[in-house]
Design a protein around this ligand. Structure first.
Ligand code: ADP
Length: 570
């Protein structure tokens, strides 16, 4: 049976107190018994002393005159005179003393060898009765007196019971007191225990009084509430962090200092799978797979807290970062940076290309102006070079315009406002703008689009699209050709168009997929001479994509280049 705190406290107190009371009682009773025995021995000593002085005054051989003295003593008193050899020479209770055995070995007689008195309580061999013996040595004989150890003597030696009753009353009163004190403390302790066990039912401050135990309880409750609050806050923060890590595009895994996995997100396993070909889903594979050799070396002899590495696998580039925490645990972050890397390379190429594209017209302008300035030229020659320089500035400004348009489409495509555009009148207007060029080159431009065809688009962007396509057709298809745009299909969402010319198209078809790249030219020298910036089709493709469409180029079997693209219906 399990005792509660209160019962246990009561039990311990009672045991300790009972033992103390028993100890005190035994001690007290023994002391009393010793005192009473000493008193009795004192009385017996008076008898032996009287006998001794009688004998010294009335020396005799057979002690016959002793009877007169003994008769004055209490009748139950037994008097024995024993000589130094242990032979009993006188005993007032035995007629024939010759039958008595030698008394040299009696405990009270033996005691006289070391002490001036000897006592013993035992059964008498001759009288078959218990006696309290008291013996003294008078120099010649041992004088022994004895009282029957009967109820009277016993009672005389028995300690007084009033002390026991007194102790008993104290005992019971103290037990009662202990019980009430324990009850008081027990209440607080039970309350604390319930609080500690359930830790839910929080005792209110009023439940505690102001003893020290209750103060502890109060403090504990306060601290517990504070702890609960902090725990909840930490949990909420942790939850947010875990949510963030789960939704992160980066693969993240936390390890203990012993390289045990603590936590990881889905992307980490996914990237690990891509890099290692291991489908176990165990992040520890990172410590064994060869692709992470640099990481293994770093973990063996790491001198810094940070590792940065790039891993190329399956046509993808991953960025690996390892960061040590203070407790020597660490996190490993994997990130797919293929796109960023490609963009970075593209941007690098782009910067090179722009510099290259700008250099040509600028060098031209500088050359023409230098010629005019340094050489004495006829007025018509001067005019000729000035015109050349002017044409190059036009190329330059077109290039700058194209570049800024591409940058705007790519970086702020969402700023172009869309509206419903009736495509036929829109194209008719453009056609009118080109009347001079078409006439000069004897080019026929046919618009084969139903009147009601309406698409969603941005006026300026669509202007750029069609102007670039027409410019290219005029430039590369040549004189005496036809340009046509027609609606070849439409569905619930899109209108599908074909724009083609009847020129030569692009002879080597490998160029077809690349003509939409920035600064890509099929014939570098020739097209540059024709005034192309190399950005026209790149603008067209980007603009169509902003409209939610796509564009492809193909050679027509009848000759000429054809562009197929679609735009959203209004
Ligand atoms: P560019 O400014 O050089 O014209 P584009 O991006 O507009 O640059 O065109 C890329 C290349 O595609 C051109 O250099 C040209 O060789 C080829 N091209 C474009 N349109 C036509 C066309 N209608 N016929 C033949 N080749 C064309």
């Amino acid at each position: 049976m399990k005792l509660n705190f209160k019962q246990r406290l009561f039990f311990y107190f009672t045991v300790i107190f009972t033992l103390s009371i028993i100890g005190v009682t035994i001690f007290e009773r023994n002391k009393e018994k010793v005192q009473k025995t000493e008193t009795l021995e004192g009385i017996l000593d008076v008898y032996t002393t009287t006998i001794s002085s009688f004998l010294s005054k009335n020396p005799t051989d057979n002690f016959s005159n002793l009877d007169s003295l003994v008769s004055l003593f209490p009748s139950e008193l037994r008097v024995s005179i024993i000589d130094k050899e242990g032979i009993v020479n006188y005993d007032n209770t035995i007629k024939n003393i010759n039958i008595l055995s030698n008394h040299a070995q009696r405990p009270e007689i033996l005691a006289l060898k070391t002490s001036n008195k000897g006592t013993d309580i035992r059964n008498s061999a001759s009288k078959n009765q218990a006696y309290l013996y008291y013996a003294k040595d008078n120099g010649i004989n041992f004088i022994r007196v004895a009282l029957p150890y009967n109820i009277n003597t016993k009672n005389l030696l028995k300690p007084d019971n009033s002390f026991v009753y007194f102790i008993l009353i104290i005992y019971l009163s103290v037990l009662f007191l202990i019980n009430s004190i324990i009850n008081k403390f027990g209440k607080s302790v039970t309350q604390l225990r319930d609080f500690a066990i359930h830790a839910k039912v929080i005792p209110s401050e009023n439940n505690f009084s102001d003893n020290e135990l209750d103060e502890i309880g109060k403090k504990l409750t306060e601290n517990y509430l504070l702890l609960e609050k902090s725990k909840n806050e930490v949990n909420a923060e942790k939850e947010k962090l875990l949510q963030h890590i789960h939704n992160s595009k980066e693969g993240i895994c936390f390890f203990t200092p012993q390289k045990e996995v603590e936590f990881y997100n889905g992307h980490f396993i996914q990237y690990l799978h891509l890099i290692t070909d291991s489908d176990e889903g165990n992040p520890n594979v990172i410590f064994t797979d060869k692709a992470f050799e640099k990481l293994h070396l770093f973990l063996k002899n790491s001198t810094s807290n940070f590792l940065d590495d790039k891993i190329s696998k399956q046509g993808k580039i991953f960025h690996l970062r390892l960061v040590f925490f203070e407790n020597k645990g660490f996190e490993i972050i994997l990130n797919d940076i293929t796109l960023q890397e490609k963009t970075r390379v593209l941007k690098q190429e782009m910067t090179g290309n722009i510099a290259h594209e700008l250099r040509t017209p600028v060098t031209g302008i500088r050359g023409y102006l230098e010629t005019i300035l340094t050489q004495k030229l006829e007025i018509d020659k001067q005019l000729y070079f000035t015109e050349k320089a002017f044409l190059q500035t036009k190329v330059l400004s077109e290039l700058i315009q194209d570049m800024s348009l591409i940058a705007k489409i790519e970086e702020a495509g969402y700023t172009f406002t869309m509206q419903a555009i009736h495509l036929k009148p829109f194209l008719e207007q453009i056609k009118e703008d080109y009347t001079l060029q078409f006439t000069e080159k004897r080019v026929q431009f046919t618009i084969n689009i139903p009147e009601e065809c309406t698409i969603i688009g941005n006026q300026n962007l669509l202007h750029s699209v069609f102007r670039n396509l027409i410019d290219n057709a005029l430039r590369y298809a040549g004189n005496d050709t036809n340009i046509t745009i027609y609606l070849y299909n439409q569905d619930a969402d899109f209108c599908y168009f074909s724009f083609y010319d009847t020129g030569k198209g692009i002879e080597d078809e490998k160029h077809l997929s690349r003509i939409f790249e920035r600064f890509y030219r099929v014939n570098e020298g020739r097209t540059r001479d024709m005034g192309g910036s190399g950005l026209g089709l790149s603008i067209v493709k980007n603009a169509i994509q902003i409209h939610g469409g796509t564009i492809y180029a193909k050679n027509r079997k009848e000759g000429g280049l054809e562009f197929l693209f679609h735009l959203k219906r209004a």
